[in-house]
Design a protein around this ligand. Structure first.
Ligand SMILES: *Cc1c(COP(=O)(O)O)cnc(C)c1O
Length: 430
């Protein structure tokens, strides 16, 4: 194949020569960066393979169970694979954990008792956790069950406020929740190393406190996970990184055996715990997705780095910036105008394998105080390891985007977004 063939192919998908050439120059400068991402993916691929081999994964593990799901060998072995990979005593990996929020809720409510206090040493947690905790009044919140909450905010530069954390720890503090990814906030994402330092500080003050990390969007971005640096539990969603795009549903909690057992008794029922929960024929997708996850995450990371560099070069503010080290797969780009974020999201949608002909528009979504636009042409509803973008229509008009099951799809999405911005006259000189 020569360069012309590729350019022609892009042209047939509506990408102009000018955009292809500009992208090629950006990509050329990212060779070293991409090689680093590939090297980490290689390491993580071996880590996953080793865990699968150690646990003697076999095709019998892909068989479906129904009903109670007693003796579901595939389910139990998959949990052992997660535990081996993340270097923990145990794991709960279930389609019955319906989302990241649900997994976090089960980990928290399983391990906290009335009179206990929950501490977030990294400021306000992810939106959906506000109702789980009771920061926003909500039926069934931890607050209703007599669990109090305290938080230590980050310093203005985004670093840990160790003095505030020290002051916030008291005789009631039972569990500390640390969110790794910035999510859709403006603070930085924490590296595994930084999380390790924070945990060591907290355990230095109160050794028996349970340290839980919300690991959403962080899995396989680095070669270590928070459980390698002292976390008692990590929690995440299978329609993000560790599901590798193949898991159609699910969440995981990996960590210390006593913590996982308490979570399991909360998920099913006291006395039942991990013994029940049919896998309904989903096991193969969960195994295969986990197997693919390191390369899928690498593709998503390349997309994020590429987008940061494309839009930074065009003068837009990007977060993280084009050269920063990454600790999750989320990329924010600030366009400064509603037209900018709308064109971007419509471009991402137009590049999708599913629903590419649909044109997303801003709408008044329940629970948000400004209209929101979302682009998602995904095989799995709401999957954000697949290429997706969303933006609230309000200043500073930033769009958050993440995912891409392959680097080539992520690249097409970004080229398409740039093409839409050019066509709308929002980008002049390429
Ligand atoms: C996505 C996410 C969650 C919640 O996951 P859902 O699957 O959307 O419920 C929690 N915390 C962080 C940091 C996330 O990115």
């Amino acid at each position: 194949m020569n360069q012309t063939e590729l350019t022609d192919m892009y042209a047939s998908l509506g990408i102009s020569n000018r955009v292809v050439r500009f992208a090629a120059s950006v990509e050329e400068a990212l060779k070293e960066r991409f090689a680093q991402i590939d090297a980490r993916a290689e390491y993580n691929q071996l880590k996953v393979l080793k865990a699968m081999q150690q646990n003697r994964v076999s095709d019998i593990h892909f068989a479906a169970t129904t009903g109670y799901g007693y003796n579901d060998l595939g389910r139990d072995t998959l949990e052992q694979v997660y535990a081996s990979c993340f270097h923990t005593e145990a794991a709960l990996v279930r389609p019955q954990l319906m989302s990241g929020t649900h997994a976090l809720h089960i980990a928290l409510s399983g391990n906290l008792r009335p009179g206990d206090e929950l501490l977030s040493p990294v400021g306000k947690p992810y939106d959906t956790l506000e109702e789980v905790i009771g920061i926003r009044e909500s039926t069934g919140s931890l607050k209703e069950y007599g669990v109090s909450y305290r938080q230590a905010d980050l310093l203005p530069d985004g670093s840990f406020d160790y003095e505030a954390v020290r002051k916030a720890i008291n005789e009631k503090t039972k569990l500390v929740t640390i969110q790794r990814s910035r999510g859709y906030a403006t603070r930085p994402t924490f590296s595994v190393g930084q999380i390790g330092e924070l945990i060591a500080f907290i355990k230095g003050i109160k050794p028996e406190v349970i340290c839980m990390v919300d690991n959403c969007y962080g899995e396989f971005v680095e070669t270590a996970e928070p459980t390698d640096v002292g976390a008692d539990m990590i929690v995440g969603s299978l329609i993000k990184n560790p599901g590798g795009g193949l898991a159609p549903i699910g969440g995981y909690i990996a960590g210390r055996k006593d913590c996982i057992d308490r979570a399991a008794y909360r998920l099913s029922a006291p006395g039942l715990g991990r013994e029940v929960g049919a896998s309904l024929g989903l096991n193969q997708s969960l195994y295969q997705g986990f197997f693919l996850a390191p390369t899928v995450v690498a593709g998503a990371l390349k997309g994020a780095v590429f987008a940061a560099n494309v839009y930074e070069k065009l003068g837009f503010s990007v977060h993280p910036n084009g050269s920063e080290e990454r600790h999750d797969i989320i990329q924010a780009v600030t366009f400064g105008s509603p037209e900018g974020v709308i064109a971007f999201c419509q471009g991402i949608q137009a590049a999708a394998p599913v629903d590419s002909y649909v044109k997303p528009e801003p709408w008044d979504m329940p629970g948000y105080d400004s209209p929101v636009i979302m682009a998602a042409g995904a095989f799995v509803q709401g999957s954000s390891i697949e290429l997706s973008a969303d933006a609230p229509i309000r200043p500073p008009y930033s769009v958050f985007f993440q995912g891409g099951l392959t680097w080539y799809h992520a690249k097409l999405g970004i080229l398409k977004s740039l093409q839409y911005l050019c066509d709308a006259g929002l980008v002049k000189d390429l």
